[in-house]
Design a binder for this molecule. Structure first.
Ligand code: ADP
Ligand code: ADP
Length: 835
């Protein structure tokens, strides 16, 4: 926590940021094309990282137009000019389309304007058009310089000095239409907006039987439509890349009426703006509505989401993505040589990569070409792994074959939730049940965790039983923290009675411990010699074997939202008496060790009401005071939420157990905040993980800051309780839960196939696994192996990937920190996904 971080890992092979200097360099940053939430976070990261390494950073306002026009459109940025923009949607430096930049003449002017300020490093945040323009500009650079010299606008020296232009791109686009990147900046926030609307529509379903046709953005790319459909369990989805088969009109109506017959009150159809049929003819929302009304006579409404999708505050995911990529972009610029091609920094799985810009652009154009030429399978393949995977999962979960067409395996597969509830658990159960049924198994649900297991609370669960589960928070099956150890006998009996052939466990650290206990008990109880797999679901994100767990993303959003609402609340309190109650409804203490904790529905609804009230009141509240918010997060000993919440919300400090801190650190943090309050920055945010220190409690830190800040700032503290576990799951958690659990079920099916007819006993380590995401892969790891990687006392993995990002938060909050750049993105090549 100290200002000069000496505790960061050191190693001779590691390469640290200190070796890279930006002294004497000038970086220009611009946002271009359509705006997207999270662009501001990227701008903030570029500016602050640039300044941190000693470079000058210039805002280029209004995209390429500002570059062509020059003058006050190119202005040096300082630390404070990017304050308080992390949570703001859109882009503060403006974005525009620019005809002039498409001409050489325009680009000549732009080059001249850049040279006047010595800018030879460009960071472009935009879509494929903007990046293509940047690439062209870079290619022409030396020619432009010569022409400027010929015209006498620059001298020979300048031609030599500024001979190369380095270009790094970041893709900002809500459509996620750029090949080579798993997620573009803004996509996740757009999904949040869409899902908010779907959830709102769902609630009216109780009173009316209706069909909703929801049109989402995506003129050329169906990503938003596809993922929204996955996240809300839509009845049907129309995408440009994968048009429906001929005769779809009839098929769709049959599907809708079947769902109606199953007493579903609501049908949801999602349409991408650019949806087409196999003949490349547009399929419009109106056409779909007409069809449903004339064929089925259903009450049908069309909702076109439009610009709402670009609006609102960026999600935690987008802020973290954009912050990481902004920092990567600066590093890439510092490392660039005359031979490095213009590149895009992006994310592959959870791994930062650099890709040659033109390869990405080329492949993105190839997708369009494939669609134009009606090679739709190619289009899906070219979109990449994530897209193809989503499409596959959607198809498996939305379409049920008639029972007599599914070959039965005569296997019973049980699903159980273990540990504290985490948002996304229900999506995971739904997906497991449906994939299991499609694979021919009989699916059993175990209620109330291992406790219920021992007592025989086990029932068959069918396809329709899990309808509509995707968006529900908490755990519908019921979950408990109880471990199986003391019930081994009873559980073995139940396994036998119900002839359970495989087990899927969805849960957190207890689930992991439980799996270890079952594994150890295999020798004694042969009932446990069946394939078992766990998918991690916990807000703490502390399960060994996975970079992410289901539920952690929702919790992160709660943290960023809470800070926003706390700020709004603080501003509004002076003016509005009625606001002087609500924050106290948050539970004062939470212990991660309470058995069977459930979310109380009432308090969550109350909290939402508070947040909404805040948002409304915010508009009337203007004056700001110097104030520091101290927020306690959950996570047990695992600092993931505090650390990543800190990165997403722009915290000044995040106290976590993994990085011990002492009184000197606290002092330096307080002094840092005092300094900060002397500037135009008026707010501070400090996060504290609940178990970061036994003695430096949240109250202690609050009192220390209050005392030391006297006369400079005042403090507010807030303990984020179970709201972090509850509420509606974020789109990320819904999809992650859905996909990972489908994978787990496929694994179970494959294992059971191996065993068919041979009554095989599964005794080897590789038949009892945790399924997780590591860097860019989804992997199954035997619990026996993960054991070595676990700190059991503190219930965390010994190595945690996100600790590497910790210096980022510090650097962006103006601390000095040592940042390991040895695994910053290497230059790679774009590859289509081979199916
Ligand atoms: P996006 O970046 O979101 O794809 P556009 O395609 O509208 O958005 O591109 C944004 C801007 O980038 C354009 O207005 C133009 O100034 C510039 N641009 C796009 N394509 C080119 C190109 N081929 N050559 C030069 N500039 C381009
Ligand atoms: P799923 O929604 O999980 O895919 P089904 O395909 O069996 O399950 O049924 C889907 C129907 O349930 C659709 O009409 C869908 O719009 C509707 N539905 C989904 N979620 C809800 C909800 N929370 N409340 C009411 N209806 C819902």
């Amino acid at each position: 926590m100290d200002a000069d971080d000496s505790r960061a890992p050191k190693g001779s092979l590691r390469k640290f940021l200190e070796h890279l200097s930006g002294a004497g360099k000038a970086i220009g940053v611009l946002t271009s094309g359509g705006d997207a939430q999270g662009m501001n976070a990227a701008v903030r990261a570029v500016v602050r990282m640039g300044i941190y390494v000693g470079a000058k950073v210039y805002f280029i306002y209004e995209g390429y137009q500002g570059m062509v026009d020059g003058g006050s459109n190119i202005a040096e940025a300082d630390w404070e000019s990017v304050s308080s923009i992390l949570q703001v949607g859109g882009t503060i430096i403006g974005s525009a389309r620019c005809q002039a930049f498409r001409t050489r003449e325009g680009r000549l002017k732009a080059a001249c304007n850049l040279l006047q300020r010595g800018i030879t490093n460009l960071c472009v945040i935009g879509g494929d058009g903007s990046l293509t323009g940047a690439n062209l500009f870079r290619k022409e650079w030396s020619g432009l310089l010569e022409e400027l010299a010929r015209n006498g606008q620059i001298d020979k020296e300048a031609v030599q000095k500024y001979a190369y232009l380095n270009v790094v791109g970041m893709v900002g686009s809500i459509d996620n239409d750029f090949c080579g990147t798993d997620m573009t900046i803004g996509t996740d926030s757009a999904l949040h907006r869409i899902i908010e609307v779907v959830d709102a529509i769902m609630t009216t379903a109780q009173s009316h039987q209706r069909t909703f046709v929801l049109e989402v953005m995506g003129r050329h790319c169906g990503y938003l439509a596809l993922v929204s459909a996955l996240a809300c369990g839509a009845d049907w989805v129309f995408l440009p890349e994968s048009p429906p088969e001929e005769g779809w009109e009839e098929q769709m109506c049959v599907k809708l009426s079947e769902n109606r017959a199953r007493k579903k009150r609501l049908n949801i159809i999602i349409v991408a703006e650019g949806a087409i049929d196999t003949q490349n003819k547009p399929i419009t929302s109106e056409k779909i509505k007409e069809l449903v009304v004339t064929q089925l006579g259903y009450d049908t409404r069309v909702t076109i989401l439009g610009h709402v999708q670009r609006g609102g505050t960026p999600s935690a995911f987008d802020r973290i993505l954009a912050s990481r990529m902004g920092v990567e972009a600066v590093i890439a610029l510092l490392e660039a040589t005359p031979d490095t091609p213009a590149c895009v920094v992006s994310l592959n799985g959870n791994h930062a990569v650099r890709l040659p810009l033109m390869e990405c652009v080329q492949m993105t154009q190839d997708v369009q070409k494939a669609m134009d030429e009606r090679r739709f399978q190619d289009a899906v393949r070219l979109r990449g792994r994530s897209f193809a995977g989503n499409l596959n999962t959607y198809k498996r979960l939305a379409i049920k074959l008639p029972d007599d067409q599914i070959p039965k395996t005569n296997c019973n597969v049980a699903v159980i939730n273990v540990g504290a509830p985490a948002a996304g658990m229900n999506a995971a159960v739904r997906s497991a049940v449906r994939v299991g049924i499609a694979d021919g198994h009989r699916m059993l649900a175990i209620y109330d965790g291992f406790d219920g297991f021992a007592k025989g609370q086990i029932k068959e669960i069918g396809w329709t039983d899990v309808g509509g589960w995707t968006g529900q928070g908490g755990s519908i099956l019921g979950t408990k923290r109880v471990l199986p150890g003391k019930y081994l006998e009873e559980i073995a009996t139940q396994m036998r009675t119900h002839s359970i052939n495989a087990l899927l466990i969805i849960g957190g650290f207890e689930a992991y411990l439980g799996l270890l206990e079952l594994s150890a008990a295999r020798e004694k109880h042969e009932e446990f010699c069946v394939p078992m797999v766990m998918v991690p679901a916990t807000v703490s994100n502390n399960v060994p074997g996975s970079d992410f767990s289901i539920g952690a993303d929702t919790a992160l959003n709660t943290i960023t939202d809470a800070y926003k609402s706390a700020c709004d609340m603080a501003e509004a309190r002076g003016r509005h008496q009625e606001l002087c109650i609500p924050l106290c409804v948050v539970p004062a203490t939470i212990s991660n060790n309470v058995p069977g904790t459930e979310i109380s529905l009432g308090s969550d609804t109350g909290l939402n009401a508070v947040v909404e009230t805040c948002d409304r009141i915010k508009q009337s509240a203007s004056g700001t005071k110097r104030r520091v918010f101290i927020i306690e997060t959950m996570g047990g000993y695992c600092g993931y939420l505090a650390n990543m919440g800190g990165l997403a919300a722009g915290a000044d400090a995040a106290y976590i157990f993994e990085e011990p801190f002492d009184i000197r650190d606290l002092q330096s943090n307080v002094e840092h905040l005092t300094e900060k309050m002397k500037t135009t920055i008026q707010r501070g945010l400090v996060l504290r993980n609940e178990s970061c220190s036994e003695n430096y409690t949240t109250d202690f830190i609050y009192q220390l800051y209050s005392e030391e800040g006297k006369g400079v700032f005042d403090c507010r503290k807030n303990v984020l309780g179970h709201m972090q576990q509850g509420g509606a799951p974020s789109p990320f958690d819904r999809n992650f839960g859905t996909k990972i659990s489908a994978r787990a079920m496929e694994w179970i099916t494959a294992k059971l196939k191996e065993a068919r007819g041979r009554g095989k006993k599964f005794t080897t380590d590789d038949s009892i696994c945790v399924l997780g995401i590591s860097k860019r892969n989804v992997i199954f790891q035997p619990v026996a192996e993960l054991k070595k990687q676990t700190d059991f006392e503190h219930r965390i993995p010994k190595e945690q990937w996100w600790l590497k990002l910790r210096p980022l938060m510090k650097i962006l909050a103006k601390y000095k920190a040592s940042y390991d750049v040895s695994d910053s993105g290497q230059l790679e090549h774009v590859q289509p996904w081979s199916v």
